[in-house]
Design a protein around this ligand. Structure first.
Ligand code: ZN
Length: 265
């Protein structure tokens, strides 16, 4: 596929951001000495002509056959999930895979692809890939804190001389991309998106209307678990309006949020 035709921005809509985060947390290793709690799953959505890929559905596959500290090997379970989903899901298309990088502590390149991740992308013919790096940093269970951060874009290419766990060869592409960084409960996490061009993984912009909605709810001190069914319908409208490239983007967000605000006693 021509590089210009590939989507440049990956947007997590509906409940896709929260599903990715919850799945990565669920598989985070309970035993600190055994860092093998990676999770793996499939991403579904639809790419648009304007370079935007909207992901609206996430299918967790869970454990994979062989897990080592930071690799995922090919697994018939994933193959079967991809094949079955491709023939059954009609309103969303298979757009790629995700997996987590659970770590003992934060380091800057923790959500970069490993050498092995590039061979995996080649194996499943992944158009896109999301990597969620996370660590259990705090003791206190905290509410979601989230920010969109910027980094230089790179092209990551397989280096046969290096180990599967090593960072692959990197070439800077000369522009910036966005990624998501935040904390939730006692975890700190980072999500980055990549596209695959049949040779290398390249950074994409990663955005999320759902994450932005959750951020806004936090600012308005609105607790998700106290909302009624009619409130949820209001939130759906807000999330829809927060999608990037939506002509109504951000419209009426404040109006709707004011109506959800907890009453002053
Ligand atoms: Zn990886």
């Amino acid at each position: 596929m021509d590089i210009k035709q590939r989507p440049k921005t990956f947007q997590l809509i509906q409940n896709s951001f929260s599903t990715l985060l919850l799945d990565a947390i669920q598989y985070f290793p309970a035993n600190k000495r055994r860092f093998q709690g990676e999770t793996h799953g499939l991403l579904f959505g639809v790419g648009k002509d304007d370079g935007m890929l909207e992901c609206d559905y996430v299918f967790p596959v869970g454990n994979v056959k062989s897990r080592t500290p930071d690799t995922i090997e090919n697994d018939p379970k994933i193959d079967l999930a991809i094949t079955s989903a491709r023939s059954l899901l009609a309103t969303s298309k298979y757009v790629g895979t995700y997996h987590s990088h659970p770590n003992k502590e934060y380091f800057f390149e923790w959500a970069y692809p490993s050498n092995m991740d590039i061979s995996f992308a080649k194996y499943v013919k992944d158009p896109t890939m999301i990597i969620i790096a996370l660590t259990r940093s705090g003791k206190l269970k905290q509410e979601l804190q989230l920010e969109v951060r910027k980094d230089r874009a790179y092209q990551f290419s397989f280096n046969s001389k290096l180990d599967g766990h090593d960072l692959p060869d990197q070439v800077e592409l000369g522009y910036d991309i966005s990624y998501l960084f935040g904390s939730f409960l006692e975890y700190t996490f980072e999500m980055r998106a990549y596209s695959y061009n049949s040779k290398s993984l390249l950074n994409m912009n990663l955005l999320s209307s759902e994450a932005e909605l959750l951020n806004q709810l936090g600012q308005y001190k609105i607790k998700v678990d106290t909302l009624s069914a009619s409130d949820v319908f209001r939130l759906r409208k807000i999330e829809y309006n927060l999608r990037e490239n939506n002509e109504r983007r951000g419209k009426n967000t404040e109006y709707h949020l004011e109506r959800l605000k907890p009453m002053d006693k």
